[in-house]
Design a protein around this ligand. Structure first.
Ligand code: ADP
Ligand code: MG
Length: 374
């Protein structure tokens, strides 16, 4: 999905108030009644609000929903993006938005810069993208889990990723520096490097292999398992600092506590991923690899620290449930092709009960060039 930064400059204060009111209203309403938007915005004169609403709808920041029990609007991806970026801009963590450098199954990645010209990475979580699309055959999912909307899940993902990145960064793990977060977005440092999947040879595979395995063990010693530790989520630095510091690990929304019931399986899966990559791509095989029972001994508890810092146990549970449901269903979908078709999927689901008046609201298709090789 493209990011519509053009609309950002032209919104008036009143437009912004109305957009914020729509966001607030959507905490309790899937479709926010127009009357509620007017009430929350607290602007005098109904006509003024009406103009704001139509401006916002024209910019595709909100979308009108007809034929429901009442007349109302919902925030679009674009509207939610706008609010997050506006918050970053107010806090001066983002001044300009540059190129998109990645599009994953569940995120869009952009290079951004602050006023001083420091380049950073904006990661926009788009969790509902997979789950909404892949629930076509399972209507109950949406019906029973109204609270697990794309907005809510994407926000939880960003919050979780930021919390873990912060804890890891502060404990000296090689991860990006977490800079800011708002809603479904996080800002982190830009890693000068490339994903390990692009590596076709290495002068000393055994050193890289050992330090990656040490990372897994050290993470477990701190009470955590990454759960997606693969060649897409390991960035090889253009200029390695030392033998032990040649990579940075990204992408944490799915990481779990060592106390998780499936911890051993996840740990082994992370280890196996690395072994497989080294064997297939670098022709390197080692009989030396971490074993859960022997190596995953807890000496610190970042999992508990993170819970204490605001990502509560309840949130962890809710998120894990949602993400595993989403992944289970997503796994059956042929990812790449379907991303281009996501609009249809989304619309079909949303229009089941309500007709969405969102002509032109659809996200633009993903450029073939932007598609991930994941
Ligand atoms: P997803 O959850 O969609 O897999 P990731 O966090 O793994 O998202 O990011 C997707 C891609 O974006 C990565 O493979 C990498 O190429 C790029 N990327 C993400 N974060 C950074 C960063 N901090 N610095 C440089 N590149 C990044
Ligand atoms: Mg990734």
């Amino acid at each position: 999905m493209k990011l519509n930064t053009a609309a950002m400059r032209y919104l008036s204060n009143d437009d912004f108030r109305v957009l914020t009111a729509t966001e607030m209203g959507s905490k309790n309403h899937e479709i926010v009644p127009t009357t509620l938007i007017v009430q929350i915005a607290g602007l005098r004169g109904g006509a003024g609000v009406g103009n704001c609403i139509s401006e916002l709808a024209k910019s595709n920041l909100i979308a009108r929903v007809k034929n429901a029990k009442y007349d109302g609007y919902r925030l679009t991806y674009g509207g939610y993006d706008y609010l997050a970026i506006k918050a970053f801009s107010n806090r001066r963590t983002v001044y300009s938005v540059g190129n998109q450098i990645g599009v994953g199954k569940e995120s869009d990645i952009f290079v951004v810069a602050n006023e001083k010209g420091r380049k950073c990475v904006l990661k926009i979580h788009r969790l509902g993208r997979i789950s909404f699309r892949s629930v076509k055959n399972n209507r109950d999912y949406l019906r029973n889990r109204q609270s697990a909307s794309w907005m809510y899940l994407s926000r939880l993902a960003a919050q979780k990723e930021f919390a873990f990145m912060k804890a890891l960064y502060e404990n000296g793990f090689p991860v990006p520096e977490p800079i800011d977060y708002s809603r479904h977005c996080i800002i982190m440092s830009l890693i000068p490097g490339f994903p390990m999947r692009q590596l076709s040879s290495h002068e000393d595979p055994s050193a890289l292999y050992s330090s990656l395995m040490s990372f897994i063990v050290r993470l477990a010693n701190h009470g955590l398992i990454h759960c997606d530790f693969n060649e897409f989520n390991i960035m090889i630095l253009d200029e390695p600092k030392s033998e032990d510091e040649q990579f940075v690990v990204i992408d944490f929304p799915q990481c779990v506590s060592l106390g998780h019931v499936d911890a051993e399986r996840y740990f082994k899966r992370d280890v196996d991923c690395i072994r497989r990559f080294f064997e297939k791509k670098l022709g390197y095989v080692s009989e030396d690899y971490p074993i859960f029972q022997r190596d995953a001994k807890r000496v610190a508890s970042l999992d508990i620290d993170v819970q204490a810092s605001g990502f509560s146990k309840k949130m962890v549970k809710e998120f894990e449930k949602a993400i595993s449901e989403s992944r289970e269903k997503g796994e059956n979908a042929a990812d790449q092709e379907e991303i281009g078709e996501e609009d249809d999927g989304d619309k079909e689901d949303e229009e089941e009960d309500d007709e969405v008046d969102d002509e032109g609201e659809n996200e633009e298709g993903v450029d073939p060039e932007d598609e991930p090789e994941e």
